[in-house]
Ligand binder design. Sequence first.
Ligand code: AMP
Ligand code: GLY
Length: 422
Amino acid sequence: MNILILGSGGREHALGWKIKQSPKLKKLFFAPGNPGTSELGLNLPVDITSFESVKKEVLENEIDLMVVGPEVPLVEGIHDYFANDIDLQHVQVIGPKKSGAQLEGSKDFAKDFMKRHGIPTAAYLTVTPENLDEGLSFLEKLQPPYVLKADGLAAGKGVLIVGSLAEAQQSLKEMLGGMFGEASRKVVIEEFLTGVEVSVFVLTDGKDYLLLPEAKDYKRIGEGDTGLNTGGMGAISPVPFAGKAFLKKVEETIIQPTIQGIREDNLEYTGFIFFGLMNCNGEPKVIEYNVRMGDPETEAVILRIKSDLLELLEAAAEGTLKEKTIEIDEQSAVTVMLVSGGYPGDFEKGKVISGYDQVAGSLLFHAGTKLEFGKLKTNGGRVIAVSSTGATFHEALKKSYQNAALIEYEKKYFRTDLGFDL
Ligand code: AMP
Ligand code: GLY
């Protein structure tokens, strides 16, 4: 099969690395990809928000199956575009259609879905300018801190957690006034959940699912989980506190009702579901759905999948996942993200990267790099994910940290305390 992976980050590099190992693969393409993915396949210089440009490349390169990495093209309906185009109908797409992608594209939609299907989640109220007064009094009934979420996609920045009632009421008004543009013209106010977060992933054909390895990601920039939120500073899998009993609860109270809800509501869903969960004293609750794999969780989780991923993706697209099983490696896998100094605030790009050819015993997945005149340079906040396996996560982390130290660029930063809380 000829495969196209849409996206340009560490997640896409890791998915490509895994798919590359499949005997079913003929040719591998990335759009737009990065210098790391160019070593696995051919990078196509395409703006993936232009579905027409994607179509041109898909037809030219005789793509059989396309994996959509990030959420934006899914929420904008790239799968529907393929299904409705006579020339593209035969191409299998991993990623839900627009109806299913609303689980990530609209927090209000996701909360309403969970409520109707009895899936445990934080209490909430959706507020628009029409029911602002109701929103202000709902806040009064909650305990601090207060959680306010832009309804639509806001590049991971649309969630505010504020300490005082006055501040929460003020933020609510500002969000509705356009703090996050159109995305916050509707706001979801949520009860604050206390607990530890864990990410759980499934691959589904809309009827059945396979459970992938779970992970814990480290979102804050600073050691000890302090400072600003980032796209993710690293991840660890498996998660020691998410044992068999907890994961069984997750499957029975969250995953199965979600898949059944997708079926009952006729949401068109083929692809990954990422359940962002809070473990509240042993009781899992959903914080959010994502309609794709996580980044950087993928860069750890993928190392634990022993089965042929391409075979599973094909089965998901064909609706025959029921016949498949997935084999998971017992070992631990981790990823440590090297970032640019200053990230997630302002940072400089274009720093020359060296030492990566010295790395041994870890895999490097490129997140934000570019090649200029044969030199590898930084090209984003998150630069390179250093992934390793080991009998324990401590062992795996040791390898990643040894190799992270070998990679050099000006103002390199990474967290050295991953797993401190486990
Ligand atoms: P989200 O974009 O929905 O993943 O939210 C970003 C982060 O905010 C999450 O990863 C949590 O750490 C935190 N968060 C979101 N919702 C809640 C909640 N109801 N209670 C506590 N923390 C939350
Ligand atoms: N690591 C969180 C995300 O991919 O959204």
